[in-house]
Design a protein around this ligand. Structure first.
Ligand code: GSH
Length: 335
């Protein structure tokens, strides 16, 4: 009897777990907007403009999901988060997805109860130093004072790199981006270390004189950055994942925000599926068949987002080019 009760309780828990597990899409729809966790202010990735409108590659990943779910890329609210706050905000349900230059690692993907949907920027960690120090290689940094943010892969790679190269360093660990960059630019640290994208972005947007700072040639880690959701909701995982892939696929198909309307009657089968004229892909995601059309029409393809947000700051496509152009960006087939 006891055993049967236990089984009934277990089955009930499973059922309610399953109901809860499938609820992010419903929750987002019923509140009428997507809550997206982003960076507090990293130019090119996520930063409010002069009118308070959030802009950036990571912001566009959020807007794409809003376009897919609501047919309206503006139905998203942004929660700025530091590195240390970001995972708790996602785990607790304060945000529906995280899109904040976050590196996909095994421990985050497992122990933290998260799922990375893919990579929207392939990066690696680097070092920036004032030009006047005359340093040309990271191997010359023995004994340096190094500014770094806590709760990041940066902190861990830094320790690994110095240990592996039998060098020492003095860490200056500061949580807030504004404060850590101020510490570096005011000379409290000899070195600032983070993802190379973060170095380029902060040098371009926060250095009193960008030309006074050099980024050293060593790239000491792999930092595949991408959007993240909670474990336990495969439907939502699929939606966020394929919203990102749709932006890549559109670039590969040559579909842009400017020309997608002219392609609505295309005879190319891949384009027909993409715009929802055939294939029923939207239904498979519990979305409107125009989901991918809406992303491209309102947000643009991956290349458009890259060019609008990162190109002006001097970023090259590099690894973030499509696989057809020598990069790593590759979407599985939309069929
Ligand atoms: N990709 C690394 C580092 C991410 C990170 O937080 N980088 C810093 C330096 S670029 C940052 O974004 N700070 C902005 C902030 O704290 O709002 C990770 O996932 O741990």
């Amino acid at each position: 009897m006891k055993a049967r009760l236990a089984i009934v309780a277990w089955a009930a828990a499973l059922a309610s777990g399953a109901a809860h597990a499938q609820s992010t899409l419903d929750a987002v729809k019923s509140k009428g907007y997507l809550q997206c966790g982003v960076n507090t202010g990293l130019a090119g990735f996520s930063q409010p403009d002069a009118r308070g409108v959030w802009k950036g590659l990571d912001v566009d990943a959020c807007r794409a999901v809003a376009a897919a779910v609501f047919g309206d890329a503006s139905k998203v609210r942004f929660t700025p988060l530091t590195a240390q706050q970001r995972f708790t905000a996602l785990q607790s349900g304060e945000i529906d997805m995280l899109s904040r230059n976050t590196t996909w690692t095994l421990s985050r993907d497992t122990s933290l109860g998260l799922n990375f949907v893919g990579t929207n920027y392939y990066d690696g960690q680097g070092f920036m130093v004032p030009k006047k120090l005359g340093v040309t290689s990271a191997k010359q940094l023995n004994g340096a004072t190094i500014c770094v943010q806590p709760g990041t892969t940066t902190e861990l790679n830094l320790a690994d790199y110095f240990r592996a190269n039998k060098m020492t360093f003095k860490p200056v660990v500061i949580e807030k981006l504004e404060e850590v960059t101020n510490a570096y630019f005011s000379g409290r640290c000899d070195v600032y270390t983070t993802d190379v994208s973060g170095l380029v972005s902060t040098r371009g947007s926060r250095a009193p004189n960008p030309a006074d700072h050099v980024i050293l040639p060593e790239v000491i880690s792999k930092e595949p950055l991408g959007p993240v959701v909670r474990h336990g909701d495969d439907r939502w995982f699929d939606i966020v994942k394929w919203s990102l892939f749709a932006m890549l696929e559109a670039e590969e198909l040559g579909l842009t925000s400017k020309n997608i309307d002219q392609n609505l009657n295309s005879t190319n089968p891949a384009i027909q599926r993409f715009v929802g004229a055939s294939g029923g892909l939207g239904k498979m995601l519990s979305l409107d068949d125009r989901w991918a059309y809406n992303i491209i029409k309102q947000v643009g393809n991956y290349g458009e987002s890259f060019d609008a947000n990162l190109k002006p700051l001097g970023f090259d496509r590099g690894l973030n080019n499509l696989w057809t152009h020598g990069g790593l960006m590759y979407a599985p087939p939309l069929r």
